[in-house]
Design a protein around this ligand. Structure first.
Ligand code: ATP
Length: 369
């Protein structure tokens, strides 16, 4: 045990965290319990407890409740600050459910989780294309070119004839302001550099508004350095000189694409963590999907969902000032880094560990922390 060990406090009920948990589809039931076990262990070592509330979600909820996202799940989420969401394979849902807004999209929209924060950082023991990368993408999550969430009623995509397809892109001052503030605040805890990504030379009005509003907001943070790039140039820059970037703020679609690029530059999408948040609630969700091709084999990599859960705790600590919760998040990240650094990894990273073996090693490292 290290000299920094926290005393084993008796946990009183007001110190306990309440976290909703939805296992999801595919590899979800394999990796989400790993994240729960790891968060429990880190919380216990930092002197507090977590009450987990399992909620019906995904294909399993279609079987039990007739819908992938039952009202009782949404009701329960509205009363909680924190949730962990497993991946969903909504394209494989039966009946009309596959054509609906994805269940993750329903949650993001209903609770206005406007910020999708996606860090990409090379981890020890993981071969990275860009070992120097350490960026946070602040992706606007509620509008942009995402047709499934940019309209109050109906879809932002439509076909006047079978041979013509149209898509509406939405950028608003209000949504841009809040993601820009999120990015600038995040930069203050990092290297105080924000890069605005847009395509204002072509999408002049929409992404031009995004760029201009981000600049206005950034002017309120004189200690934060600001620059901007067209999205195509940014894709090239991330490959050529990844170490030059810190926080990247961008609209929904650009953020989705750039964060997959950044995740791969850092080693693998299988390690890419993320949270979706409003100013009141946050949801941990790995950047990867349900990986149905390997589901049920016990070989899925739990690093992304474990890292997302650590981000969730860090977000909560930032909001509440809870140093014990911040410490637990640090324990999780350190234990994962130590495990990977000891060359224990799952098959997608070139290792031989099963999900269970990898998780046991992370738990052992938390016990030693
Ligand atoms: P979505 O559109 O929902 O993001 P997708 O079909 O684009 O899903 P994934 O489900 O993420 O993609 O799978 C892409 C590939 O990455 C698959 O070969 C899958 O097995 C692999 N993969 C994804 N996540 C993991 C993981 N956690 N561990 C190991 N392999 C993974």
């Amino acid at each position: 045990m290290s000299s920094t060990e926290s005393p084993r406090a008796t946990v009183s009920s007001d110190e306990r965290l309440r976290i909703g948990v939805m296992h999801g589809d595919g590899i979800g039931p394999e990796i989400v319990p790993a994240a729960v076990a790891v968060a429990d262990a880190a919380a216990a070592r930092s002197g507090f407890g977590i009450d987990w509330r399992e909620l019906p979600f995904g294909a399993a909820a279609i079987d039990t409740h007739g819908t992938p996202i039952p009202d009782q799940t949404l009701d329960a989420l509205s009363g909680m600050d924190l949730w962990v969401l497993g991946p969903h394979d909504s394209a494989a849902y039966p009946g009309g459910f596959a054509a609906d807004l994805t269940p993750g999209g329903v949650i993001r929209k209903q609770f206005d989780l406007f910020a999708n924060l996606r860090p990409s950082r090379a981890l020890p023991g993981v071969a990275a294309t860009a070992p120097g990368i350490d960026i946070l993408i602040a992706r606007e999550n509620s509008e942009g070119l995402y047709a499934d969430r940019n309209m109050a009623v109906g879809s932002g995509e439509f076909m006047p004839t079978p041979d013509i397809a149209l898509s509406v892109g939405v950028i608003t001052r209000a949504a841009t302001e809040r993601i820009a503030h999120e990015a600038c605040r995040a930069a203050r805890g990092r290297s105080r550099h924000v890069t605005i990504v847009h395509k204002a030379n072509v999408l002049r009005l929409t992404t031009g508004l995004f760029r201009d509003v981000c600049r206005e907001v950034a002017a309120e943070y004189p200690d934060v350095r600001v620059d901007d790039f067209h999205v195509d140039a940014m894709a090239a820059m991330l490959v050529r000189r990844p170490a030059d970037f810190d926080v990247v703020v961008t609209e929904n679609l650009f953020g989705d694409i750039l964060s997959d690029l950044a995740g791969e530059l850092a080693g693998s999408l299988g390690i890419a963590a993320s949270v979706n948040c409003s100013s009141r609630q946050a949801m941990a969700q790995a950047a990867h999907g349900a990986a149905p091709d390997i589901a049920g084999q016990g070989i899925a990599n739990p690093v992304a969902i474990i890292g997302s859960t650590a981000m969730l705790l860090r977000w909560y600590a930032g909001r509440t000032g809870r140093s014990d919760v911040l410490e637990a998040a640090g324990r999780i990240d350190a234990a994962v880094a130590a495990t990977l650094g000891a060359r224990v990894s799952t098959r997608d990273l070139g290792g031989t560990a099963t999900t269970a073996v990898f998780t046991e090693k992370v738990l052992a490292n938390i016990a030693d922390s």
